[in-house]
Every structure is written in C-alpha cells, then in structure tokens.
Design a protein around this ligand. Structure first.
Ligand SMILES: *[C@@H]1O[C@H](CO)[C@@H](O)[C@H](O)[C@H]1NC(C)=O
Ligand SMILES: *[C@@H]1O[C@H](CO)[C@@H](O)[C@H](O)[C@H]1NC(C)=O
Ligand SMILES: *[C@@H]1O[C@H](CO)[C@@H](O)[C@H](O)[C@H]1NC(C)=O
Length: 118
C-alpha cells in the first residue's frame, strides 16, 4: 500500500516536471504568430504549452469547442521529463492558406485538425 502511494506520488511529480521540447515551443509560437492567433486562455503558449488541458486525459480537444486552437502532448519521453506536441487543432479559425515552415519542426505531430478544411 505504501509502495503504491509512493509510486503514484513519484509519477505525478515526474509529470509536473516534464517540459515541452524547447524547439517545439519555439516552433509553436512561430506558427501561431504567423497565423495571427493570440495565446489561448486554455493553455500558456508563452510559458509551458504542454500543461493543463494539453496533458490531461479527460479533455478531448478534438470534439471540445472550448479548446480551439489547442494542442495535445505526450510527456513520457526521456524518462517523463520531456513533452512532445503530438496534436494540433485549429478548427475553422481562418488560418487556411499558408502552411508555416515551422510546422515541420513539430516532429512528433501525428494529428492535425482543421488545417485543411475549406
Ligand atoms: C531526449 O533524449 C534524446 C536521446 O537521448 C536526446 O537526443 C534529446 O536531446 C533529449 N531531449 C531533450 C529535450 O532533452
Ligand atoms: C525549425 O528548424 C530549422 C531547422 O532545424 C531551424 O533552422 C529553425 O530555426 C527552426 N524554427 C523554429 C521556429 O524553431
Ligand atoms: C505563462 O508562463 C510564463 C512562464 O512560465 C509565466 O511567466 C506567465 O505568467 C504565464 N502566463 C499565464 C497567462 O499563465
């Protein structure tokens, strides 16, 4: 019982300390700047973007209109010290047209929502 609690405490701490890959933070900021999108109140683009709704298991950004633009991260890299951005959602935000070159720097991105809608 004590061992389990210790394990849970340690994994919670590891998640808190995990930080977004700095090159992905730079790329994300550059992408949003190009698209003229301000920072969302739902997550902190100037600080640690892989926090809050971006890393919890309950927020389904794909289907939640309150999180737009939005990202999802996976924070289990480098012994749970590094987060990589795996999803980017920009649904119906009128950003279609220019695909920023920085998008290629989000090397762990596997999901793009809304980018190619008409
Ligand atoms: C994570 O680990 C890999 C492989 O050891 C390393 O190349 C990379 O720089 C690390 N990433 C960060 C953000 O520390
Ligand atoms: C994206 O990656 C390229 C090549 O690795 C680098 O020169 C450029 O500075 C990066 N841009 C951002 C915004 O991270
Ligand atoms: C965003 O994060 C930075 C650095 O951690 C912090 O200084 C700033 O106050 C945060 N802004 C908001 C709105 O949370």
């Amino acid at each position: 019982m004590i061992g389990l609690m210790l394990l849970l405490t340690m994994s919670a701490r590891a998640q808190r300390q995990a930080q977004t890959d700095p090159s992905e933070v730079a790329a994300l900021n550059a992408i949003f700047w190009r698209w003229g999108l301000g920072a969302s109140t739902a997550w902190n683009i100037s600080g640690e973007p892989c926090s809050g709704a971006a890393v919890d298991d309950t927020t389904d950004i794909d289907n939640d209109p309150n999180f737009n633009p939005a990202i999802k991260c996976v924070c289990s890299y480098n012994a749970s010290t590094v987060c990589h951005i795996t999803s980017l959602k920009v649904y119906a935000l009128d950003v279609v047209g220019q695909i920023p070159a920085e998008l290629q720097n989000l090397t762990y991105l596997t999901n793009l929502y809304g980018l190619f809608s008409p």
